[in-house]
Design a protein. Structure first.
Length: 264
């Protein structure tokens, strides 16, 4: 198979105005710098995946601003539904390339696409507001995943917003995980020999972990980083700059390179 090269970005938290600020960070200038960095990379990626929290508040003005910003990219970009997002708004406002919708539910952003023979599946883990910021993969989506893992595609990659497993951080593990992470993982196990990775966001940090031969990898936030030390009881803003991951799916390995850039 041909190698696939993609950019993994996450958690831009764009607001309704250019001056929007959160956690002492300004999302629009940071997003603009993110897009410049990607457009100036020396090697052209096949696509970009944004693993959710495109905006902070899911209002039309914020999504329209986000759509205008991401139009500066000279690459196809796909989106995952984050806990700050709404699937119906992403469908309405954010341009995506042609994809295969795996659910008819307009409130789910669950779809697949293929690049150079590699199969990519986007799972919507947004949970009811009552358990936010936890995630939940519905029974209907688990059934969709069961069908996907039974396909004979030589390569499969999963995108979701939420982490599946504990990350050895007290506050993250108590608040940020998929409620049914073990069931999600068990559903994927039959495909582990061809599963290239499960890529996620939400935690505003770049962390990789392996479980039963399956790689789980998050991208740094393109906005602000969270602390994630083992004894942290509460979320705080970490000093690391924004960034993204460069992912290469090679014939015999999955290669992840972290890219950081100065906060504007």
């Amino acid at each position: 198979m041909e190698p696939v090269y993609f950019i993994h970005i996450s958690d831009t938290h764009i607001g309704p105005t250019a001056e929007y600020e959160r956690h002492g960070r300004y999302s629009q200038p940071t997003t603009e710098q993110l897009l410049r960095e990607i457009n100036n990379l020396p090697h052209r990626p096949d696509f970009i995946i944004h693993t959710g929290d495109i905006v902070t508040d899911p209002d039309p003005v914020s999504y329209q601003r986000a759509a205008q910003l991401f139009a500066a990219l000279d690459l196809p970009i796909y989106y995952v539904n984050g806990n700050h997002d709404r699937a119906c708004d992403i469908r309405q406002y954010m341009h995506m390339p042609t994809c295969e919708w795996l659910s008819d539910d307009p409130d789910l952003l669950t779809y697949a696409f293929t690049v150079k023979g590699h199969r990519f599946v986007v799972v919507d883990g947004r949970a009811p507001d009552e358990i936010d910021p936890h995630g939940l993969v519905s029974a209907a989506q688990l059934e969709i995943l069961r069908r996907e893992v039974m396909r004979d595609d030589p390569s499969l990659t999963i995108f979701i917003h939420f982490p599946t497993w504990p990350l050895n951080s007290l506050w993250m593990d108590s608040r940020m995980l998929l409620i049914n992470g073990p069931a999600f993982h068990q559903t994927l196990l039959p495909a582990r020999d061809r599963l290239r990775g499960v890529f996620f966001g939400h935690i505003h940090q770049s962390i990789q972990t392996m479980r039963d031969g399956i790689l789980y990898a998050s991208a740094p936030s393109a906005f602000a980083q969270f602390t994630s030390w083992p004894r942290d009881l509460y979320v705080d803003i970490a000093p690391e700059p924004p960034g993204f991951n460069i992912v290469q799916l090679l014939p015999d390995q999955t290669l992840i390179r972290q890219y950081r850039f100065a906060q504007p």
